[in-house]
Design a protein around this ligand. Structure first.
Ligand code: F6P
Length: 354
């Protein structure tokens, strides 16, 4: 028999479509399967600094949130209770307020916490677990860069946004015979660029994992021109490693603009740049993400009920499993340079500028 009576739910780090679906699923499973009380902790662990801001998540409160983007709990990608930054006498100071946060969770009557977040939030969750807090993690990021899980919710929705944008860019690129550069998110990994570029029918994809040369990119564009293709779509991951020739002219702005400027200079083609930015994180989750988020939410409650603390839910070989947070954090899942997805892209003529 579980001694859990009340759980807290927090969302931390950058938002991702599907967060509300997890909150809804975990709340419903906690109430309907176990009759637990559920407390929503606002703005990540920041919410436990001001416990009076927390509120009860009831069946009514989570009703209708499944298709909503963002998170009804709010989030923060700054608050870390082990290194909490505040201003004192005009100076920024960092303090460890984890004991205060733990005491506040106890005051609220919270027996266990489900933390929904990316690598940073899972690391904080694991540190709290090491201090005795009953924590279960749910991974989230549109970047799909957590090695412990085959997929994170939010990624599929981001791909819908990216491929829709590239579809639209196609028609204007073809009409004006231009090179169109599309910069996408993904932090240090190229998953969004690679999968979004393939699904959108991009011609060149630049990702952090594959070093590129801007002259090779321009040669590729010239070869397309020669074969009668008068427009080219180049997808650029925000985390690309700049080659020496681009480092020299780097201006500190979006890398998409840097790549676009260099292509215009070398190839004398008309170039336009679109930086997709945060629209990739917004909007209603795709059906796939809604299902994955719901499975993660229910599985997280099952882990709490089974006393499996210090674990994170993950998708492995199509099934939801619990993995040790200790082994799940700090390990990025990068694109394999010679992996199947890159080979597939090359087989359909996509260039990587290498
Ligand atoms: O990790 C998700 C992500 O959207 C990255 O792709 C991007 O680099 C980053 O967050 C942007 O974060 P912020 O919300 O701080 O601009």
């Amino acid at each position: 028999m579980s001694d859990i009576r009340c759980i807290g739910i927090a969302t931390g780090g950058g938002d991702a479509p599907g967060l509300n679906a997890v909150i809804r699923a975990a709340t419903k499973a906690a109430i309907l399967k176990h009759n637990w009380k559920v407390i929503g902790i606002p703005d990540g662990f920041d919410g436990l600094i001001w416990p009076e801001k927390s509120f009860e998540l009831t069946l009514e409160r989570v009703s209708g949130i499944l298709p909503r983007g963002g998170t009804i709990l709010g989030t923060s990608n700054r608050g870390n209770p082990f290194c909490y930054k505040s201003e004192e006498n005009g100076q920024e100071v960092a303090r460890d307020i984890s004991d205060e946060v733990i005491a506040n969770a106890q005051k609220l009557g919270i027996d266990a916490i489900i933390t929904i977040g990316g690598d940073g939030s899972q690391k904080i969750g694991y540190e709290l677990f090491q201090k005795g807090v009953k924590i279960v993690g749910v991974p989230k990021t549109i970047d799909n860069d957590l090695s412990a899980t085959e997929l994170t919710f939010g990624f599929d929705t981001a791909l819908h946004t990216v491929s829709d944008a590239i579809d639209k860019i196609h028609t204007t690129a073809a009409s004006h015979h231009r090179v169109m550069v599309v910069e996408v998110m993904g932090r240090d990994c190229g998953w969004i660029a690679l999968a979004g570029g393939i699904s959108g029918g991009a011609h060149i994809i630049l990702i952090p994992e594959i070093p590129f040369c801007i002259h090779k990119v321009c040669e590729f564009i010239a070869r397309r021109e020669k074969s009668g293709k008068r427009f080219t779509i180049v997808v650029v991951a925000e985390g690309i490693k700049l080659p020496a020739e681009l480092k020299q002219i780097a201006h500190g702005g979006a890398v998409g603009h840097l790549v676009g400027d260099a292509i215009a200079l070398i190839s004398h083609k008309e170039v336009r740049v679109s930086v997709l930015g945060h629209i990739q994180r917004g909007g209603s989750p795709s059906p796939y993400d809604r299902v994955l988020a719901t499975r993660f939410g229910v599985a997280a409650v099952d882990l709490v009920a089974g006393g499996q603390f210090g674990k994170m839910v993950a998708l492995r070989a199509g099934s939801i499993v619990g993995v040790e947070m200790a082994t799940a954090i700090g390990r990025l899942k990068t694109v394999e340079r010679d992996g199947e997805l890159v080979r597939t892209a090359r087989a359909v003529g996509i260039g990587f500028g290498d």
